[in-house]
Design a protein around this ligand. Structure first.
Ligand code: NAD
Length: 355
């Protein structure tokens, strides 16, 4: 039975395909942008310069200092350039860091945005912005930061280091998994989430085996789109809460953290979400426990397995638990301290996930 729901799908226009980066000028013209700022991280500057050159008169400047977790001081430096060069539109090319900066600029100016994602993190589909100031990250949801146009060009992922691609793919899968057991599910969200997880889980091993496999890169990017859609419409639960808490408290890398925690958070929730587990078995093409299957997949693809490996301090578990119970997110299974402690101990040690 379908339960009652209210749903607003992500509103932006999506352009998808190999070489789609070349459509940035057309998208900018349609949005009425006359003086565009291109934003990237340092390693994205080469592609950023290419896009800026393609804009001709419409391209005003490149800002290539976007950083993880959208530090406010970086945004302020970019804002100075926005004022100085009379910027009227922003084009982010990169992962969640570049896209986060463009969102932060849109929040302050209301200017239109084009997002060209080069990882699978999914920020381009969401009205969510996390910003960091004085070591504290705060997240808000506002339509002001939703990119107007998203351009997916799978060719751009050829430069993505294998390890980043794999963990970023698990970041996407985590969005799809938590949307499958969303508090207020609806038929579109469920379809999109299952297909997003399927596409990403199928594509990642093919990319690792044959990095020049174009078709697999297209499938991964389409999975990233669907999982980003799932994140925008599905809300988040225990898994995302733990990642936010651990990332913030111990400065752990975002995508690796998602990869390690997901099997454990899913195993914790499994008894409360039999329909999600059935859908995940189908999406992952397995009769095994999906939590174990996800951990096995991440290991086969060479991702880190334990929080210890990525630098979490051994005595951090109790602090993480305290933080997880501060302003907890809705979760399909009630949060129990002993259960969560076991979860974090297993994630710390890289042990198999358990309910
Ligand atoms: P990232 O943007 O920091 O990219 C990771 C690294 O890969 C960077 O060094 C980057 O320069 C490099 N890189 C990216 N694309 C590349 C490519 N194609 N070729 C070569 N190098 C490339 O990491 P991310 O995981 O994409 O994003 C993480 C950030 O995004 C975090 O701050 C997270 O909080 C945020 N995020 C936000 C949302 C949201 O909805 N607001 C969703 C997901 C993630």
């Amino acid at each position: 039975m379908t339960t009652a729901f209210a749903y607003a799908p992500p509103p932006g226009r999506v352009i998808f395909g190999d070489g789609a980066l070349g459509r940035v000028p057309e998208a900018a013209a349609e949005l009425g942008i006359r003086r565009a700022l291109v934003v990237t991280t340092r390693s994205g500057a080469v592609v950023g310069r290419r896009a800026l050159a393609s804009l001709g008169q419409q391209g005003a400047a490149l800002f290539d200092a976007a950083a993880m977790h959208t530090p406010v001081e970086v945004t302020e430096r970019a804002m100075a350039l926005v004022r100085e060069r009379a910027i009227d539109g922003v084009i982010a090319i990169g992962g969640g860091s570049a896209i986060g900066l463009a969102k932060a600029l849109a929040l302050r100016t209301d200017m239109p945005q084009i997002a060209v994602p080069t990882t699978y993190a999914g920020s381009e589909m969401t009205p969510i912005l996390g910003q960091t100031e004085g070591g504290v990250k705060t997240t808000q949801r506002t339509a002001k930061v939703q990119p107007e146009v998203v351009i997916y060009d799978p060719e751009l992922t050829f430069g993505l280091p294998q390890a980043v691609g794999v963990t970023s793919g698990f970041n996407a899968i985590a969005h799809g998994v938590e949307a499958l057991y969303a508090r207020e599910p609806n038929p579109i969200l469920t379809l999109v989430s299952e297909e997003g997880v399927r596409a990403m889980a199928a594509a990642l091993p093919r990319i690792v085996a044959a990095p020049d496999d174009r078709e697999a890169r297209g499938e991964a990017m389409s999975g990233a789109w669907l999982c980003g859609w799932a994140l925008a419409g599905g809300g988040t639960a225990l898994h995302h809460k733990l990642c936010h808490v651990l990332g913030g408290a111990f400065d752990l890398p975002h995508a690796e953290l998602h990869t390690i925690i997901l099997p454990h958070a899913l195993a914790y929730n499994a008894p409360a979400v039999p329909d999600t587990m059935a859908r995940l078995r189908r999406a992952l093409g397995t009769n095994a426990d999906p939590a174990l299957a996800l951990q096995a997949l991440s290991q086969k693809l060479g991702a880190p397995k334990s929080l210890a490996e990525i630098g979490m301090p051994a005595d951090g578990i109790d602090r993480a638990l305290d933080l997880a119970f501060e302003a907890p997110y809705w979760n399909p299974r009630p949060l129990e301290r002993d259960g969560l402690k076991g979860l974090l101990q297993r994630a710390y040690a890289g042990a198999p996930p358990q309910p």
